[in-house]
Write a protein that binds this ligand. Structure first.
Ligand code: ATP
Length: 933
């Protein structure tokens, strides 16, 4: 069946590969301008959305049942049976009921966490450029249908199985299908290589474009693609276990072993030392085990992480896996791009420089309400002039469309902001871009890449000569130019010209402006390149002997929120290293302006970087440094050297070539708006607003989530000591002191009253000053010494003393020591109930105390976390029910408390809370931190 299906699908692909484009268009009923919207809608209904559905291999029932088969659950099932057989029917049923409730609760947590993670996936739609109704437009990838004509370029994921219509230098990484990581070349003519997926003119869904551009016709979408077929057949991916989960699993396992060892010891002591009946001893030991196993730890932590990632998503940072939350909190260095991340990506050309003079360009943003002026006079570029030449390059060497909003709203840019600024410049000069493109059709292009920092197009001029137009970084342009356009004359480019141009560039770059240089080459009859077919023009042959035309200078202001974000990083001891493709002077000017570095910072260019040894680079990245005119490939080395210095590195990126650095970094951050699919795929976090400030918010949230997990852990470990203390007293006194807390009461605290306030701690807001501390050391553990000391020492012992004292006090009121300590009946029930009540009220104090580590709880607002108060309210109602409901009294061995006993319970949290506030105040004083009350 499988192989038949495979054959049918593959044959369809093969047929599409062999069919001519014209026939294919007929077959798909595809007009030249692309499908109409109504036809696309019909096909969408017919073929379904273009998505790959995950095949679930585990039924929901199985996932649900797994919550009832953990070690602790099995222990409880067995104990329930033993209790029933030993004649303690009600206890047995109660243990089972508690087990059921606990399992359902963790399933709910698991489900909620999954829902939170799934909802994140929907927040980042992918888009594809298609031709519909004769226009180029961007649609969501899910809307793509068979017969759609779409465009792809380097960095895109191929959205469907498609037949290439035309292409330029297209290379595709098909490793997701074939496992072969070397990119394969694709073109628009049929040729079949070896094996599957080898048709040269077919691109496959799920693969990625590493180079070049193409137009293609979708022949299969969604589950009908080859990728969909494989997804349907293969097992779903194995679950990845993250370090934090591993640490928690390890912790749970350790505590479980301790619990079991303690349980066995208690069991043996009860049987042989106290001579307690066998079955009762077992149930007694079970109490100990339950008290110490941190059941529910993992699902609660997962839920709390998932909720943390949702909060981050609201602040424009999408995390792809929960583990990154932890790493974010440890980040010590951020390697950040400049353009669009630190700046607004809102390019406006302000000046044009040509040999014949300077021009000023008025108006800002992507609206055509300005003019090109020289000496205060409006000018338009005449075709024969140098300005006309520069404008022609800006217009024709351009892949971007700008759709201005007639109502003054934000313009829609299909392409890059740099090119959009050039489109606007052409419009300001009164050029009709559509007409220009029709008159001078593009014959070939050598696309921009951030390595060589140039983009070249070849068009036909009026006389039929091929015209090579190039734009790019000044340094790259000067390397390929040997002539210069001086007014309307071409003359050799002299050393003096170069010096002058560099001087002009420096003058504008110091103001933080980005310069772009323009050049051309007319391949006339006597040009040796004339002998080469245009299709065979390469970077080496076409990008040389160019005529330098001039420069444009564009502004791209810093994002307004960046200043505060940079300050926050400094306070939090997080260093920022700017790594940009832009020029050194522009980069430094911006870095100093927004406070990343002082003007003493060292600027290292890509060329210098190549000359530096690893040792030199490692030393350099420790200081104030900016990397400019670097290629994305350099980023990998910079990130690696920082890591070798012991730093935890977050690095941003958007292009195909950024992928290795994004993968290498501890936190790879891709740009959600301008980033390529490849970068998004390689990253751990995606910024939905491309904004550096969102990284800082995410780091703050990461630190908060981690510290909340510690608060939560402290809280649930806290009740272990007071729960164990009564059993120890019982054993030490050889049963002379009857158990001050019964097994069912231990279960009540552990699996009942404790759960809700604990959940509240998981969503606590950031503690003031969380960004005033240095990053958490890498080797730190969730369960650190301070938590152990607080849970098992300070808080734990205090609660034990209070609850035990309450137990003896109630006995005293009832006549002890004149009569022996009660071991049955109402007096015993009253005594154990007060022990239970005291533990619960100590936990109420703990819930409050755990909310902050050193800040005063008042500084975050005593009532600001409603979930904790709700938890506390439910907790009190629950134990009141246990005390007064006869049926529950029976099972839980509880009794009613009188008014003064209730007053006593309500008084417990107050001194505990105030004492802890005092301790925190003292710690703040000692550490010299400002009191935030
Ligand atoms: P960052 O690396 O901080 O994002 P950037 O956008 O300047 O900054 P790149 O995209 O690598 O970095 O661009 C490097 C240089 O290449 C730019 O400074 C510019 O001079 C030139 N450049 C950018 N876009 C184009 C383009 N579409 N065509 C030609 N040259 C370009």
């Amino acid at each position: 069946m499988m192989s038949r299906m495979k054959n049918v699908e593959s044959t369809k692909i093969d047929q599409s590969a062999k069919t001519s484009v014209d026939d294919l268009m007929k077959q798909f009923d595809l007009p030249v301008g692309g499908l109409s919207q109504s036809e696309a809608a019909k096909r969408l209904a017919q073929y379904g959305p273009n998505t790959i559905q995950q095949v679930k291999h585990k039924s929901e029932i199985l996932i649900f049942l797994e919550n009832f088969t953990s070690l602790m659950a099995i222990l409880l099932w067995v104990s329930g049976i033993i209790a029933m057989f030993a004649g303690m029917m009600e206890l047995g049923i109660a243990i089972w009921a508690v087990n059921l409730i606990n399992g359902c609760f963790s399933y709910w947590q698991q489900h909620a966490a999954q829902k939170a993670t799934d909802s994140l996936k929907k927040m980042l739609p992918s888009y594809v450029k298609v031709n519909r109704d004769g226009k180029t437009q961007q649609i969501q990838v899910e809307q793509l249908v068979p017969g759609d004509l779409f465009q792809i370029q380097a960095g895109d994921s191929v959205p469907a199985d498609a037949r290439i219509f035309n292409s330029s230098n297209l290379q595709v990484d098909e490793s997701s299908l074939t496992g072969e990581s070397v990119p394969v070349e694709k073109a628009d003519h049929y040729q079949h290589g070896d094996g599957e997926f080898a048709q040269q003119n077919i691109i496959f869904a799920g693969t990625v474009v590493t180079n070049g551009t193409a137009n293609a016709i979708a022949v299969a979408t969604g589950m009908q693609t080859e990728f969909g077929r494989i997804a349907r057949l293969t097992e779903s991916q194995k679950k990845v276990i993250y370090p934090l989960q591993r640490e928690l699993n390890h912790l749970t396992r350790q505590l479980t072993v301790i619990a079991i060892v303690l349980g066995i010891a208690f069991f043996l002591l009860a049987v042989f030392f106290v001579h307690y009946p066998f079955a009762q001893s077992f149930i007694f030991a079970l109490g100990m085990i339950v008290a110490f196993i941190p059941e529910g730890l993992l699902p609660t932590v997962t839920l709390s992480l998932a909720q943390g990632t949702q909060r981050m998503a609201k602040k424009h940072a999408l995390l792809k896996n929960l583990n990154s939350v932890e790493t974010l909190g440890e980040t010590t260095v951020i390697c950040s791009d400049k353009t669009g991340t630190l700046t607004q990506n809102q390019m406006t050309i302000n000046h044009i420089w040509l040999v014949s003079g300077d021009y000023e360009v008025t108006g800002t943003g992507y609206v055509t309400n300005g003019k090109i002026r020289k000496n205060g006079q409006d000018v338009n570029g005449q075709p024969a002039s140098d300005l006309g030449r520069l404008l022609a390059i800006a217009t024709l060497n351009n892949d971007t469309e700008v759709n201005e909003d007639p109502n003054g709203g934000k313009a829609k840019i299909l392409g890059t902001p740099t090119e959009a600024a050039l489109v606007i410049l052409s419009r300001k000069a009164g050029m009709n871009i559509k007409e220009e493109n029709q008159q001078f059709p593009r014959l070939k292009e050598l696309p921009f890449d951030s390595g060589r920092k140039l983009m070249t197009t070849i068009t036909k001029d009026q006389t039929g000569n091929p015209l090579i137009y190039t734009k790019g970084a000044l340094g790259s342009e000067l390397k390929i130019c040997d002539q210069i356009l001086d007014g309307d004359k071409v003359r050799p480019l002299t050393a003096a010209d170069r010096e002058r141009i560099n001087g002009i560039n420096e003058q504008y770059s110091k103001q933080g402006l980005r310069t772009l240089a323009f050049s051309y080459r007319n391949v006339s009859v006597d040009d040796p390149l004339r002998k080469t077919a245009i299709d065979d023009y390469t970077i080496d042959t076409a990008e040389r002997h160019m005529v330098f035309v001039g420069l444009t200078m564009m502004s791209d202001p810093p994002r307004p929120e960046i200043f505060k974000a940079v300050k926050n990083c400094k306070r939090a001891n997080i260093r920022i290293i700017m790594v940009t493709g832009d020029s050194p002077i522009t980069a430094k000017s911006i870095a100093v302006k927004i406070g990343i570095t002082s003007d003493k910072a060292r600027v290292i260019s890509g060329e210098e970087l190549d000359q530096m040894s690893d040792q030199e680079l490692k030393a350099a990245v420790k200081g104030e440094v900016i990397f400019a005119r670097v290629a994305p490939e350099h980023k990998f080395r910079i990130v690696t050297m920082c890591q070798e210095n012991g730093d935890i590195v977050a690095s941003t990126g958007d292009g195909v070539n950024d992928a290795p650095a994004l993968k290498r970094a501890d936190i790879g951050i891709a740009m959600g708006v301008t980033g390529t699919d490849v970068a998004k795929d390689a990253a751990d976090m995606i910024l939905t607003d491309d904004n550096f400030a969102s990284i800082v918010s995410a780091i703050e949230e990461g630190r908060t989530v981690y510290s909340n997990l510690q608060k939560f852990l402290l809280y649930i470990l806290n009740s272990n000591v007071p729960e164990a203390a009564p059993s120890v007293i019982f054993l030490v006194t050889r049963g002379l002191v009857p158990l001050p807390l019964t097994v069912m009461q231990i279960l009540t605290v552990d699996l009942g009253t404790d759960l809700l306030p604990a959940l509240g701690l998981g969503i606590e807001k950031a503690e003031p000053g969380i960004m005033d501390q240095p990053p958490r050391p890498q080797n730190s553990h969730l369960l650190n010494k301070s938590i152990i000391w607080k849970a098992f020492g300070l808080y734990g012992l205090t609660a034990s003393v209070i609850s035990t004292a309450a137990y003896f006090f109630v006995n005293h009121v009832n006549g002890w020591p004149n009569i022996p300590l009660a071991s049955s009946g109402l007096p015993y029930a009253e005594a154990t109930t007060i022990t239970l009540g005291a533990i619960v009220f100590c936990q109420i104090a703990a819930a409050m105390n755990c909310r902050t580590q050193i800040s005063s709880v008042f500084s975050i607002g005593l009532f600001s976390n409603r979930r904790i108060w709700l938890g506390i309210g439910v907790e009190i109602v629950l134990i009141a029910c246990l005390m007064y409901q006869p049926f529950l009294q029976e099972i839980f061995n509880t009794g009613p408390l009188n008014f003064s006993e209730w007053v006593f319970l309500f008084c417990i949290p107050i001194p505990l809370f105030l004492l802890e506030e005092g301790r925190k105040w003292l710690v703040r004083k000692i550490r010299g931190q400002k009191t935030t009350v």
